[in-house]
Design a protein around this ligand. Structure first.
Ligand code: ZN
Length: 203
């Protein structure tokens, strides 16, 4: 409702509420906050639309997303939810490896983009992931144990086992990979085609 203004265009000063008006207003506010039907009777918010899209054979999602409860590896009914963290940076940053490994590592940690996705796996794929992670951790522990044999050969073998185990844990844990990321979205590789095909196209 348009406010009545005086000739100078200045809105009138509101009179302060008297005690009865103030208590009635407070009572209404209390009733509104206590009665859930007040909110249920409010008009529904508009449908936000899809939060995942298809770009070719890749899924495109926001950086924090919950994917449908379908196994991302085979498209079958899922039994387990898994949280996966993805990171990505442009391939051009790998050129820093020509300069120094440590310079690359520090810069990559600073400029990488991150995404967290909650996805689902069926029982066989969840079991396979569990086994891969356990094997990776066992290899790392074995490598650390070999380091105690203080010979140059044992040192090299121990470090090799630790690196191999760490790679196995990382690869089996992430399930999917980031093809690229911008400030808002991540393009994901490794999602089963039946899920990607059911997702609306981004174009
Ligand atoms: Zn599966």
């Amino acid at each position: 409702m348009q406010e009545v203004r005086n000739r100078a265009g200045v809105p009138p000063i509101r009179q302060p509420m008297n005690q009865d008006q103030a208590s009635t207003s407070t009572a209404v506010q209390r009733a509104q906050s206590a009665d859930p039907s007040f909110y249920l009777s409010a008009p529904a918010l508009p449908d936000p639309g899809p939060t995942c899209w298809r770009d070719g054979d890749r899924l495109v999602t926001p950086h924090i997303t919950v994917l449908p409860h379908i196994c991302v590896r085979c498209g079958q009914p899922a039994s387990k939810r898994v949280s996966v963290k993805l990171t990505w940076h442009s391939r051009w940053w790998y050129l820093l490896l020509l300069l120094s490994l440590w310079v690359y590592v520090i810069v990559a940690l600073l400029i990488r983009k991150k995404a967290t996705l909650e996805l689902s796996l069926c029982e066989p794929h969840a079991r396979s992931r569990r086994r891969g992670r356990r094997a990776g951790w066992a290899t790392m522990i074995a490598g650390a144990a070999v380091l105690f044999v203080a010979t140059p050969l044992a040192l090299a073998l121990g470090l090799l086992l630790i690196v191999a185990g760490a790679i196995a844990v990382i690869v089996t844990s992430r399930i999917i990979t980031a093809h690229r990321m911008d400030d808002l979205y991540v393009w994901i590789d490794g999602v089963h085609g039946s899920i990607v095909r059911r997702t609306p196209s981004i174009r």
